[in-house]
Ligand binder design. Structure first.
Ligand code: NAD
Length: 506
């Protein structure tokens, strides 16, 4: 850890940030944070309570309603976002290390995430000051116009697979829109977001504008989703949790945006560029240990390509270097926790039990010093059928299932054959076919002859049970804005709708 002085203070209890001040838990509770590569404790954080959460929500409400944030100027907010970007950019290596130690992902992936995070603040700083209204040509000497206004207090709930970047892609548009924020990281991965609040504190937002709460989903998260002073909940996480959040938000008709799970198809036709398709089939599922909502976890392969494609894919999967994310050579890190590793291993057993053929992997890795961490081999199943759990359910780990097809129609039917609709890719050298198939995919994020690249400029989100709403791009800002219609009378005379009559005398 030489030269990594920024890691030293993790064992003093990291606190929440409520109403412009660092805050311990009202109950004094503390949670241990674990390094999934070693199973060791790497930090201590305050475990927030419902009471802490309510305090944060009330501060955000006051900042919005009474302290003037709702009337703050877009230019002023943009300057603050740019300041965050600059300060974060100076510390990206530190933040990358924190996410790798805490989440397990290889450093090269964390570094990529950090550059995304910096860019998100810059992107939304730019968007904040662009025109957001419209005027309409209407009859009757009226002028109709639409203005956009911040939704108000937003609660943002974050998963563990991209600890910082999932948070920044919510904070940046919410602040650009003029909302106030209460945000909660996943219990497992709070470290980088806590550190981001050092920067937020430095930038000098008015108290209550951005608040950080820490703690369990069932207590702190549930209160955020339920509390009547919250106007909107933005959530990224599992579909089951999304359902609970939507129900909790329903009682007070909160706006919700949900970025949920997936079981995304990666369709490879026989006429695809072979090397590219093999390469991306690996990247689609094994990047970030398969802990990616949009992972290409189902490989849909044209049958005539099977005998050439699958042996090479398996060989390449076996060569993936699995190890601690902090080793620069590591290509795939550990899973987030022992509990999650056991869930993934359970699915692998279930796949075997259901009759699928295991082509490679399938085991926990314990050799070469990996025994205390939560490592699972890159795993590939074939001989699957659409009814199997491993085909239908999100495993959220390095497990690929192969399905085969003979025709374009069959490929589309298989691709759309789950409850999810987050993402999907297609590999072919036939441009017309690529477009035909992509247009039939019931998914929000799609790729032709590539898999995974996404950009802060373009919308991110799912069809079907993969979510509601979109993050990123101009759509991501819309999610934090209300739409107000203003009608102005240009001819200020009475309407005469009700006749003016002489007063009735008795
Ligand atoms: P999760 O649903 O278990 O937890 C996510 C967050 O929700 C955590 O902060 C957790 O504390 C909180 N939470 C849990 N129960 C809650 C409740 N009852 N009320 C309020 N909050 C609650 O998800 P996870 O395991 O952290 O993340 C993995 C899931 O996230 C996968 O399903 C993955 O597909 C999904 N994901 C989706 C996207 C996307 O953009 N669509 C991106 C990343 C991850």
């Amino acid at each position: 850890m030489k030269g990594r002085e920024f890691l030293r203070d993790l064992h003093t209890v990291q606190r929440m940030y409520i109403d412009g001040e660092w805050a311990a838990s009202s109950t004094g509770a503390i949670r241990e944070v674990i390094n999934p590569a070693t199973g060791e404790r790497i930090g201590l954080v305050a475990e927030g309570s419902v009471e802490d959460t309510i305090r944060a929500i009330q501060a955000a409400r006051r900042a919005f309603d009474q302290d003037g944030w709702a009337e703050s100027k877009a230019r002023e907010r943009a300057m603050m976002l740019l300041k965050i970007a600059d300060l974060l950019e100076q510390r990206t290596e530190e933040f990358a290390w924190l996410d790798t130690l805490n989440n397990g992902k290889p450093l090269r992936e964390s570094r990529y995430d950090m550059s995304d995070a910096v860019n998100q603040f810059r992107y939304y700083a730019g968007l904040a000051t662009k025109p957001h209204g419209q005027t309409y040509d209407v009859p009757d000497q009226m002028q109709a116009m639409v203005v956009r206004e911040p939704i108000g207090v937003v609660a943002q709930i974050i998963p563990w697979n991209y600890p910082l970047v999932m948070a920044t892609q919510k904070i940046a548009p919410a602040i650009a829109a003029g909302c106030t924020v209460v945000i909660k990281p996943a219990e497992q991965t709070p470290l980088s977001l806590i550190r981001l609040f050092e920067i937020i504190d430095q930038v000098g937002f008015p108290p209550g504008v951005i608040n950080l709460v820490l703690g369990a989903g069932e207590t702190v998260g549930a209160e955020m989703a339920r509390h009547p002073l919250v106007d909107k909940v933005a959530f990224t996480g599992g579909t089951e949790t999304g359902i609970r959040i939507m129900k909790a938000a329903a009682d007070t008709i909160k706006k919700v945006s949900l970025e949920l799970g997936g079981k995304s198809p990666n369709i490879v036709f026989a006429d695809a560029d072979y090397e590219t398709a093999v390469d991306y089939a690996l990247f689609a599922i094994f990047a970030n240990q398969g802990e990616v909502c949009s992972a290409g976890s189902r490989l849909l392969l044209e049958e005539s390509l099977y005998d050439r494609f699958v042996p090479e894919l398996v060989e390449r999967a076996k060569q993936i270097v699995v190890g601690p994310g902090t080793d620069e050579e590591t290509e795939m890190g550990p899973l987030i926790s022992e509990e999650h590793m056991n869930r993934v291993l359970w699915y692998i057993e279930e796949g075997r039990r259901e009759g699928a053929t295991l082509l490679c992997g399938g085991r926990r890795l314990t050799e070469n010093g990996l025994g205390r961490g939560f490592f699972v081999e890159p795993t590939i199943f074939t001989d699957t059928h659409p009814g199997m759990k491993i085909v239908q359910e999100e495993i959220f780990g390095p497990v690929l299932v192969i399905q085969t097809f003979k025709t374009e129609e069959e490929a589309v039917a298989l691709a759309n054959g789950t409850k999810y609709g987050l993402a999907g890719g297609i590999f072919t050298s036939d441009v017309a076919k690529a477009h035909r198939v992509i247009r039939k995919l019931r998914a929000g994020i799609t790729w032709i002859n590539t898999y995974h690249p996404t950009f802060n400029e373009a919308p991110w989100g799912g069809y079907k049970q993969s979510g509601i709403g979109r993050e990123l791009g101009p759509y991501g800002l819309e999610e934090y804005l209300e739409v107000k219609q203003i009608n102005v009378n240009l001819n200020v005379v009475p309407s005469g709708w009700f006749k003016k009559r002489s007063p009735v005398t008795s």
